[in-house]
Write a protein that binds this ligand. Structure first.
Ligand code: GDP
Ligand code: MG
Length: 660
């Protein structure tokens, strides 16, 4: 809404412009007035709409045409005053004043006009008969009013209408010629209807109407008022009320009615509450609330935001198959001005057999957006009406900024739930396949992915000590001469080589030596395509010796050429290493075979003996049996201070998810 309002009074001499202003200010009719009143400013707290209001007089005797034109261009609303007992002053309204003003304002942004018939105390009859045809002829005339400066009739009303014409303009909402709402207004109100229709059944039931009412006007509707509203709609149209709730058609009808009855402020209050500006665009302040991220911190969605996104998913998963079909996804994004997710998203997150994004995939994509581009996430949450429906200050309330990573490293524990893994490797070494395998796709499945639908990201969840964590894999372009700081900033690095290609390990060794040999970021070598025959690598050291020399885990054999979904253990391991990059402990178990020796260590700590951890010992045991089947030894990077205390919160979160 505007911060202030500037009202200009024009009209023939002696119609009473100056008197009107003086009467308003002094609340009595002045017998003598100057030719022109000084500009006055009415402070916000005494005006009905609580905005400072400037009132500007005009006098032909005192001002030049040039000064008049300047005032016209500065005004937010112009009152054309005539005297009801003076025919000529009425004629001048159309022959002189309206053309003069319109010549000086843009056709698309005409300043609203108010016709003011003064000196109503002097006549018995009203001038309305003459005025109404003029009103019909010029759509920029907002309203007309008859008043008297002498007996103070309709004076404050006149200035209130003027203020309203500026603050709640008709122009963007309605075309008086067609007696219809404008398309952009229908579009905005339709979006508002969809957001308020919490169960997405196309009807606002009593609960939803009450919620809507409370959100927009801070007061619930009394049950009788609710019925009255519906009755008004019922009387006027057959399909405005269905199953005792308001349909979109009924909702739009009500707003047309408000506007036609001069209650624009009702519609404007609704529009503004949902973030719209005077041009019916969502404001920048609404879409992009101020949000700062300190260095070395990452952004995640908090619990409340996940619950909200879950409800949005449920609302659109009409067939309850826990995945969004193309139509369901389209419907979900109808409240957006554009389709935010391209086909690449289907190859960034988990999908079902039909290739539709699953519930888990949907949350993953939101997690990814929040992590990589928090501004975009804020914008999207704005389109979904997060702050309104969740009754939050702004979308920023959906975001958690994690603790500085350096403090995490010092304390050897982290509360983060999203970990970022960069995947590097020579061309054709199997990076993309490594990403896709995380989404449960084997080689046969991957062959079906269209070139232009490929993604350089993959995100899904893994469980580390019973806690669900997101792992975000990012495939970098193989040109390692140009890796920037930003490219390298991550929690763990995978260097991928193709065991069947003798030239592919060299790339990993070079990248490692160039960027990671002194870096604190943990690295792991992936020996991809392990189903193929292993070739001897053309490099001074064998991959295994290279890893030994640099105290790295041994190359991790990996293949996605499987009949079922590829094995996911490696991703759990990556996440664990990303979470606990510090500890370079030797495996304390003596089996010499287990990949997951971290678990054994954990079992040996006091922490695990604590009561809380017992809750999860079942999970850990299962983990261990799987682990015992694995067959590589080595270093492990784990922190004994593994945080099990997050377990309880997590259990509650799961319980909530199960209620779905
Ligand atoms: P302006 O030239 O348009 O600013 O008109 P003024 O305010 O100077 O008023 C012109 C004359 O009309 C003055 O003599 C006022 O006293 C008189 N006048 C203004 N308003 C009214 C009104 O509402 N009723 C009557 N009877 N006289 C008015
Ligand atoms: Mg005057």
């Amino acid at each position: 809404m505007r911060k202030d309002v500037r009202i200009l009074l024009v009209g023939e001499p002696k119609v009473g412009k100056t008197s009107l202003i003086m009467s308003l200010v002094s609340e009595e009719f002045p017998d003598e007035v100057p030719l022109r009143a000084e500009e006055i400013t009415i402070p916000a707290d005494v005006t009905p709409e609580r905005v400072p209001t400037h009132i500007v007089d005009y006098s032909e005797a005192e001002q030049t045409d040039e000064q008049l034109y300047q005032e016209i261009s500065k005004a937010n609303v112009i009152c054309i005053v005539y005297a009801v007992n003076n025919k000529k002053s009425i004629e001048e309204v159309t022959s002189h004043w309206i053309p003069l003003i319109n010549e000086r304002t843009d056709k698309d942004s005409r300043v609203p006009l108010i016709l003011v018939g003064n000196k109503s105390d002097l006549v018995e009859h009203s001038s309305m008969e003459t005025i109404l045809p003029i009103m019909n002829q010029y759509s920029e005339i907002e309203t007309c009013v008859e008043c008297s400066a002498k007996n103070l009739k309709n004076i404050s009303e006149l200035f209130y209408y003027a203020q309203k014409a500026v603050l709640h303009p008709t122009g963007p909402l309605y075309t008086p010629e067609e007696k219809e709402m404008k398309p952009s207004c229908i579009k905005a109100l339709t979006r508002i209807f969809k957001l308020s229709d919490l169960d997405n059944d196309g009807i606002l039931n009593d609960n939803e109407l009450n919620f809507f009412q409370r959100t927009c006007f801070n007061i619930p509707l009394a049950p009788q008022a609710l019925e009255d509203v519906k009755n008004v709609v019922r009387k006027n149209m057959s399909d405005g009320v269905k199953d005792n709730g308001l349909t979109l058609k009924g909702f739009l009808f009500l707003h047309t009615l408000f506007i036609q009855r001069g209650r624009h402020e009702t519609t404007w209050t609704v529009l503004r509450r949902f973030g719209y500006d005077d041009d019916l665009e969502l404001t920048q302040e609404y879409l992009f609330p101020l949000f700062k991220i300190p260095p070395d911190c990452t952004t995640e969605l908090n619990h409340n935001a996940y619950l909200f996104l879950q409800s949005v998913f449920d609302k659109h998963d009409k067939d309850r198959d826990c995945a969004l079909s193309t139509d369901e996804l389209k419907d979900l994004f109808k409240v957006f001005p554009y389709m935010p997710w391209g086909p690449d998203v289907n190859n960034t997150v988990c999908t079902n057999e039909q290739g539709w994004i699953t519930y888990q995939g949907y949350l993953s994509q939101w997690t990814l957006t929040t992590y990589l581009d928090v501004q975009r996430c804020l914008e999207y949450m704005g389109y979904l009406g997060y702050s309104i429906i969740q009754e939050q200050e702004s979308q920023a309330a959906a975001i958690t900024v994690t603790r500085n990573k350096r403090i995490d490293l010092q304390k050897k524990q982290t509360q983060r739930s999203v970990f970022h893994c960069n995947v590097l490797g020579a061309r054709g070494s199997g990076k993309s396949s490594f990403l896709q395998a995380f989404l449960g796709r084997n080689l046969v499945h991957q062959k079906r992915i269209r070139e232009d639908h490929k993604s350089y990201y993959a995100i899904s969840t893994t469980y580390v000590y019973g806690q669900e964590k997101y792992l975000l894999l990012h495939e970098l372009l193989p040109d390692f001469e140009f890796l920037s700081e930003a490219d390298l900033a991550c929690d763990i690095v995978c260097l991928v080589y193709d065991i069947s290609n003798p030239r592919s390990f060299e790339y990993c060794a070079k990248v490692y030596k160039k960027y990671f040999i002194d870096s604190k970021t943990p690295c792991i070598i992936i020996a991809a395509k392990s189903d193929l025959h292993e070739a001897r690598q053309y490099y001074t050291l064998s991959p295994l010796d290279f890893c030994r020399k640099h105290k790295l885990h041994p190359p991790q054999l990996f293949t996605c050429n499987t009949t079922e979904a590829p094995n996911k253990d490696i991703y759990t391991k990556l996440t664990t290493m990303a979470m606990y990059p510090h500890a370079k402990l030797r495996c304390m178990c003596t089996c010499n075979r287990c990949t997951f020796c971290i678990c054994h260590n954990l079992l040996n700590t006091e922490l695990v003996r604590s009561v809380k951890a017992k809750l999860y010992s079942a999970v850990l045991n299962r983990h261990m049996t799987q682990a015992d089947l694995k067959n590589s030894t080595f270093w492990l990077q784990a922190s004994v201070g593994a945080t099990v205390f997050a377990v309880l919160g997590f259990a509650m979160y799961k319980a909530l998810l199960k209620q779905r």
